[in-house]
Design a protein around this ligand. Structure first.
Ligand code: HEC
Ligand code: HEC
Ligand code: HEC
Length: 473
């Protein structure tokens, strides 16, 4: 009897123990999946792997390249159409090495050269999330709209071997402040900020993948979908040199500061990705960016100083100074004000704003042609709109007003936009040609240097950004 009781108790104890272990395993798995969901935010997988109005992670977002259209793929755990049958090793091969399960190389529109430095821990969590935290969607992948012979993928393998680094998990340099090291990991690894903010070389590779590449790292990219990602270096005029660390943090968290409003491709980044980062991670990125070594300022260029004469002239109805002045007063000043100061957290200032004076004016011409909506975020829920002027102003008027804001209130950018440039943006959504300005390296870039196929100039890896064509307009 006693023996029987003991046995029974033993069974109960074993049962209880097994129960605890199971529960424990369950909660570790849940935690891993939760961590993976966060890593997916860090990598902004959802922005590229979700079609406009499509199902989350089911792929199908079109990405324009000079040789044709490619589509992001279904990365839900659906075993037939998605990545449900991928082992961890195969998932790691795709993400960090750029090699698909069938052995072929991915287009570098998938930012695997940055993901190459993701840590094993983050990769394990990400895998757990995609296998157990994402809903499978049975949506077939779209074949790329590229015809033979350009559709052959083998040149991509050459690209990979020449330009993509051997994958190596990020290890901070000895003695780096832990917070800065975390910021470096986020910016150069999962966050792949350089994909847009670092200029690309003759093979369309990012010219530098981290600060060891010198001042070119995060020095500002070529237009993608006619939006230009400006320099993130501490250049006081064209970069974020005049931004306090706190404003970089605010911008990434809410999309707006007293001095800037997010738009274009960056609106996707804030909307889908950075607004979900923890405060600690956002502060780490801001601190890292502000700690990057200084960049040389072009000779003869002075720091920005506000010039009150533009506002004085506009206040006294004197618009004879420049052809765009009267357009500005009639169309723009109600929001951006005569003094170019805007209204904090609503209408961004144009005076001393790095995006207004960036060497390449494509972005600001584009925003005037097409308008934009400052996206609502969890931290700043109001959406504020900038109207598009393509049906209100002539090409010449738009060119004039762009040149006016580039040269007023102390802004000292070249007045280099013509009516023909605006016409192209309006009709073909074609970027403004920079060839004649002497810094047209992006135009000179060609895959043809390395490969038999003319991949062509202007390859931008440009996704059909969710904000690129604004449905709200
Ligand atoms: C800038 C856009 C972009 C981002 C960000 C991005 N991807 Fe991709 N990804 C792509 C494109 C485009 C492809 C397809 C490339 C091709 O067909 O060669 C792809 C392919 C893949 C593949 C291979 C799928 C297959 O069919 O074999 C996987 C897996 C993948 N991505 C996972 C991810 C994960 C996970 C993240 C986030 C950590 C991510 N991607 C972020 C654009 C992106
Ligand atoms: C899809 C391309 C893209 C990616 C990826 C991207 N950015 Fe941007 N970024 C832009 C564009 C375009 C702008 C200009 C529009 C604006 O100011 O909102 C911009 C502007 C910014 C600005 C404001 C600079 C200024 O002078 O106004 C900051 C800060 C910034 N990005 C930080 C980041 C960080 C940090 C990352 C990585 C987490 C990142 N960006 C990733 C495209 C991108
Ligand atoms: C109704 C108010 C309003 C009017 C009128 C207006 N804007 Fe804007 N503007 C905005 C808002 C809001 C944004 C931010 C949009 C975003 O972030 O998507 C903006 C953004 C911009 C930007 C990008 C700067 C940045 O950092 O985000 C430029 C350049 C600009 N406007 C120029 C003009 C010009 C030139 C005109 C006249 C032709 C004009 N705007 C008329 C509200 C306005």
């Amino acid at each position: 009897m006693i023996k029987g009781l003991k046995t029974a108790l033993g069974a109960v104890t074993v049962g209880l123990l097994a129960g605890t272990t199971l529960a424990h395993a369950q909660s570790t798995d849940d935690e891993l999946v939760k961590k993976g969901a966060y890593v997916a935010r860090l990598g902004d997988c959802v922005a590229c792997h979700t079609a406009l109005h499509g199902q989350v992670y089911a792929g199908g977002l079109s990405i324009q390249t000079p040789i044709g259209t490619i589509y992001s793929t279904n990365i839900t755990p659906d075993p037939t159409n998605g990545i449900g049958s991928y082992t961890f090793e195969e998932f790691d091969e795709a993400l960090r090495h750029g090699i698909r399960k069938d052995g072929s190389t991915l287009y570098p529109a998938m930012p695997y050269p940055s993901f190459a430095r993701m840590t094993q821990d983050d990769m394990k969590a990400l895998y757990a999330y995609f296998m157990h935290g994402v809903k499978p969607v049975a949506q077939p992948n779209k074949a790329p709209g590229i015809s033979w012979p350009l559709s052959m993928r083998w040149p991509l393998a050459i690209w990979r071997s020449v330009f993509a680094p051997a994958p190596k998990a990020f290890v901070p340099a000895a003695g780096t402040d832990a917070e800065i090291a975390r910021g470096e990991y986020l910016v150069t690894g999962p966050g792949h900020c350089g994909a847009c903010h670092t200029p690309r070389g003759f093979g369309m590779q990012e010219k530098a993948l981290d600060a060891s590449g010198g001042p070119v790292f995060l020095a500002g990219g070529a237009p993608i979908d006619n939006w230009v990602a400006p320099s993130l270096r501490n250049d006081p005029v064209e970069g974020i040199g005049s931004w306090p660390e706190e404003e970089v943090y605010q911008f990434l968290k809410s999309g707006r500061t007293d001095h800037a409003a997010v738009f274009g491709g960056m609106a996707d980044v804030v909307g889908w990705s950075t607004q979900y980062f923890t405060d600690a991670d956002l502060h780490a990125m801001a601190k890292y960016l502000k700690a990057l070594p200084p960049v040389p300022v072009p000779p003869g260029r002075s720091a920005y100083t506000y010039d009150a004469s533009t506002a004085q002239a506009l206040d006294s109805n004197n618009t004879s100074g420049a052809p765009g002045a009267s357009v500005y007063v009639e169309q723009c000043a109600i929001c951006h004000r005569n003094d170019g100061g805007g209204v904090a957290r609503m209408f961004p200032p144009l005076a001393g704003n790095p995006v207004v004076v960036s060497a390449d004016p494509t972005s600001i011409a584009h925003i005037i042609v097409a308008g934009a909506v400052l996206p609502p975020t969890n931290w700043a829920p109001s959406a504020v709109a900038m109207p598009g002027y393509k049906s209100v102003l002539s090409d010449q008027q738009m060119a004039d007003v762009v040149n006016f804001i580039r040269t007023s209130w102390g802004n000292k950018a070249p007045a280099n936009v013509t009516a023909a440039d605006i016409q192209k943006l309006r009709v073909d959504h074609a970027p403004i040609s920079t060839a004649s300005w002497g810094f047209g390296s992006a135009d000179a870039a060609t895959w043809g240097v390395y490969h038999p196929q003319p991949y062509g100039a202007g390859w931008t890896f440009s996704p059909q950004t969710h904000t690129g064509e604004d449905a709200a307009q």
